[in-house]
Each structure stands twice: as structure tokens, then as C-alpha cells.
Design a protein around this ligand. Structure first.
Ligand SMILES: *[C@@H]1O[C@H](CO)[C@@H](O)[C@H](O)[C@H]1NC(C)=O
Ligand SMILES: *[C@@H]1O[C@H](CO)[C@@H](O)[C@H](O)[C@H]1NC(C)=O
Length: 310
């Protein structure tokens, strides 16, 4: 009993504390590869070529695995950096499921990082349930002078993982509350797109070399973050009129798998105005092949509208 209490107390301290800062880097070619991994087409020149080339705003979600690696890294090595937290047991990376992901864009990214950028890591949630352990981390991307550019949260579910075995739960996570989808009316924006059969082969070049995504045959699963990117592109194109700086915030829950080649339908609802005049958007993504919702509880914020001045 005493040792259980001691463990709980040490977990109480762990939740909310920083567990390191990893060097990260990217260049213009990394941004192009990411744009292709999330399905960008020639209709989105601004994410593929000069003269107005810009980083797609969700790019930083790849950095927790990419780190500052220029080449291909072993998946276990990359995932160990973030899934191996001092004071917690080691969880088997092959039983890891991506549960949720959010990104808040504070400043537009430069086209190449150069040296000195860091991804600061903080543990913000531990939740044990009957089937495993959820760990949620907050990653803050800072430039060499410490200025934050992006704040990301990622929740990973460690299937069959165990810490206390007592359903220990603690969270300091405080994401903005999402407004529910207004089911009584049709979506304001609907976008349908096709992923390619080689989508995962392209997406992995952004730094997620989990072998799960390249197993031959029909069992291959597309990276959840590629699906997130397809949804973000659909929203930026329709709601943000393609403007790279239009997206301020995005939060998703991964609810079912996508296979490379499946179609994705993103439905979005304008649900009003938020802090500082931002547009509040509720959205979800359906796999048109399986009929299942693959991203649920989607919440996005877009820059305040500048209506055409005449
Ligand atoms: C990842 O961490 C585990 C546990 O400490 C270790 O056994 C394994 O060798 C590490 N793998 C790599 C590739 O660093
Ligand atoms: C435990 O949490 C995970 C991730 O949220 C969820 O998928 C799973 O259904 C939960 N299991 C139980 C038994 O509540």
C-alpha cells in the first residue's frame, strides 16, 4: 500500500513536468515531401513551389519523430525519444496507437530551420484504463532564441500497458473546448479526396518509419497524421481560401483506420466566433470506402475573416 502511494505521488509530480528538449530541423525539401505525404496537388502551388512557397501549417506534427535526422531513422529509436519517459515503464512501441493530436500555430514557420531549434517535451496526462495506458505529451517548438512557434499535443494509447494497475489518472491538459457538430443542419463545407495506394510510402519520408505502415497487402494502414493532413488541407483550401496563415488551431481524435487508396470525405461546420474573432469550426472525416468516421471530434480555428473591402 505504502509503495503504491509513493508511486502515485511520483506520478503526480511527473504529470505537468518537462522531460527533455530534442533538437529538430527541417529544410525546404522536407516541406515539399510533407506536402506530398498529405496529398497536396498542383492546385495548391503555394505548398509546392515558388514564388509564394510556404510551409503547410501542420508540418510541425512530424517533428517529434523526425527530430533532426536528415536520413531514415529506425522507428524504435525515434519513438524511444518521446515514448520513453524517466519514471515510467518502457512501453512496447509495436502496441502503440495514436489517439489524439492537436496543433496550435503561433507563428508561421521559416522554410528552413537552420540549427538551434528545439522541441520541448512535457507530460500532461497519464490515464490508465482496463486495456492500457494513455500518455499525452505537449511539445513546444521554439527557435534558437526560445520564441515558441507551435504548440502540439499528442496522446498515445499503449495497448496492454500498465503503470500502477489501479487506473491512475491525472491530467493538466487544457485544450480549448470544442463545439459539437450541429447535427440538425448540413455541413457548410464538404471535400472529397482520394488517398493514393502509395500514400503511406510517401508520408513515411517525413520521419515516421513505423513498419506497420508498409506491410504488404491490404493490411497496410495509413499514418493517422497523413489523414490529419488531408483534413487540414481540405479545411485550409475551403475555409482559409488556401492561405497558409489562415489555420490557427486543429484538434482531432483518431477513431478508425484508413488504408492507402481509401477515399476521405471531410465535412465541416461553421460554429461561430471564438476568442479574438477566430472562426470556430467543427469537423469530421469519413472513410468513403468503409463508411466509418476516421477522425471524430474535429475542432479547428481559422483567422478572423477580412471580408472583401470594396
Ligand atoms: C529503445 O528503448 C528500449 C528500452 O530502454 C531499449 O531496449 C531499446 O534498445 C531502444 N531501442 C533503440 C533503437 O534505441
Ligand atoms: C482505454 O482508452 C483507450 C484510448 O482512449 C480506448 O480506446 C479504450 O477503449 C479504453 N478502454 C477501456 C476498457 O475503457
Amino acid at each position: 500500500m505504502t509503495s503504491d502511494n509513493a508511486l502515485s505521488r511520483s506520478l503526480d509530480t511527473l504529470v505537468g513536468s518537462e522531460y527533455g528538449a530534442d533538437p529538430v530541423s527541417w529544410n525546404k525539401r522536407d516541406l515539399l515531401i510533407y506536402a506530398l505525404g498529405i496529398g497536396a496537388t498542383l492546385a495548391e502551388q503555394q505548398f509546392l513551389a515558388d514564388p509564394s512557397f510556404a510551409a503547410f501549417p501542420t508540418y510541425p506534427v512530424v517533428l517529434f519523430l523526425k527530430g533532426n535526422e536528415d536520413s531514415v531513422a529506425a522507428f524504435t529509436e525515434s519513438i524511444n525519444r518521446t515514448n520513453h519517459i524517466k519514471g515510467l515503464p518502457y512501453f512496447n512501441p509495436s502496441r502503440l496507437l495514436h489517439a489524439t493530436q492537436s496543433i496550435e500555430i503561433l507563428k508561421p514557420l521559416p522554410l528552413a530551420s537552420g540549427p538551434g531549434w528545439l522541441l520541448k517535451k512535457r507530460l500532461i496526462t497519464i490515464r490508465e484504463n482496463k486495456s492500457g495506458v494513455i500518455l499525452e505529451s505537449e511539445f513546444t517548438l521554439v527557435d534558437p532564441s526560445g520564441i515558441p512557434y507551435t504548440r502540439i499535443t499528442t496522446a498515445m494509447f499503449n495497448l496492454m500497458g500498465k503503470i500502477t494497475g489501479q487506473r491512475y489518472t491525472r491530467s493538466v491538459s487544457a485544450l480549448p473546448a470544442a463545439r459539437p457538430i450541429p447535427r440538425d443542419r448540413a455541413p457548410d463545407w464538404v471535400t472529397e479526396e482520394q488517398t493514393s495506394t502509395g500514400q503511406a510510402l510517401i508520408y513515411r519520408l517525413s520521419g515516421d518509419y513505423n513498419p506497420l505502415h508498409i506491410s504488404p497487402g491490404n493490411s497496410a494502414i495509413l499514418h493517422g497524421l497523413s489523414t490529419l493532413g488531408f483534413a487540414a488541407r481540405a479545411l485550409v483550401r475551403t475555409i482559409g481560401h488556401g492561405r497558409p496563415s489562415s489555420l490557427r488551431y486543429l484538434n482531432v481524435k483518431f477513431t478508425a483506420p484508413v488504408s492507402p487508396g481509401d477515399g476521405l470525405e471531410t465535412s465541416a461546420w461553421n460554429v461561430g466566433t471564438g476568442p479574438d474573432g477566430v472562426r470556430e469550426v467543427a469537423f469530421e472525416v469519413k472513410n468513403t470506402k468503409t463508411g466509418k468516421i476516421v477522425i471524430g471530434g474535429g475542432h479547428a480555428r481559422f483567422e478572423k475573416w477580412e471580408w472583401t473591402k470594396l
